[in-house]
Design a protein around this ligand. Sequence first.
Ligand SMILES: *Cc1c(COP(=O)(O)O)cnc(C)c1O
Length: 398
Amino acid sequence: MAKGDHLYDCYKPPAQEFIRGEGAYLYTDKGEKYLDFIAGIAVTCLGHNHPDLVKAIQTQAGELLHLSNMFRVKGQFELADKYCAALPFAEKVFFTNSGAEALECAMKTARRYQHDRGHPERYDIITFQGAFHGRTFATITAGGNPKYVKGFGPKLPGFINLPFGDHDALDAAITPQTAAILVEPVQGEGGLRPLPEACLKGLRALCDEKGIVLIYDEVQCGAGRTGKLFAHQWAEGAEPDIMAIAKGVGGGFPFGACLAREEIAQYMVPGTHGSTYGGNPLAMAAGNAVFDIISQPDFLDHVVKMSNRLKQQFEGLKDRYPDVVEDIRGKGLLIGMKLKKDVLPVRKEALEKGLLAGSAGDNVLRMAPPLIIDESHIHEAVGILEACFKTAQNAPDI
Ligand SMILES: *Cc1c(COP(=O)(O)O)cnc(C)c1O
């Protein structure tokens, strides 16, 4: 096998080798500069090389890297306090290394609650088509994407995947076995589809009425990305019982968490769950540094301002390229366009012209820039997209 060819072929990265980042820009080994409008898929929310985050990690690395959850990790207590102060529903926190693990913890917590309060028969978890919850066995079953479950044996029992936004299907699917409903307030992979605020409120009411646990997956849409600390906060009164977070909350350091109401989490006692690395001192240094920045009202106001600006500019592109752009999608700085032409060549040309963007289901060009972008970055990105749409105009419709 050729040297350098020993990685699983699960990803097909382009030729560029990025070796350094600064703010909203990435630089290759050849010194070329690229505008990063995907931020590791909504991860590097503070941009690259943010001084506070770098300093927090460097300082912690010189003191204590790892300890084990057998011992008190100071940063965990601090960060859990901060999240629980910021979110009325949150009273208990379990730290993980990733989004999928945060979801695993969320689903285990919901089932254990039903079980220990006398309803062992309630283990079904209802999810929605277009969802993405990770790549573990449980989370691929939960997401239900046929491409992600194919060839990996039987799906796990206890999951029901329903059409997105179909109220009748939801009513019909609820049975005495229903334990929880799991939903992304804004679907990321599924094509940047926000769930209307009324739907979130409706789900909250339904769960209250039927004793169902409401779980939000804010792994992608949380961490300030929509202009609130968490996306569900746009829908007043639609708080979850459990929420899984990751991606942006670490700003590039791998870390996630499961947040829950105490009534629900009380059954997760010693022996029920664990993680070697989850919430280790280094992760907590990063998590605390990121939280202290993204929870500032001024920071979130900036996100709202920039997202309005970007949306306005995308509307302009839609008007000028009606043969290319079908729709503006997303919420806040998790924003994109559903295209009428194949999204992949557009994304590829954007990269050639110096702009990193992503794609999502439903032929959506996905963008999740660092939350620190300013007008100049928006101007630059829209200029590149305009050039790409000029090319795409002549491509066949999909
Ligand atoms: C990325 C993502 C996950 C999985 O997170 P990992 O850290 O890759 O395990 C789960 N849910 C949503 C909504 C995501 O975007």
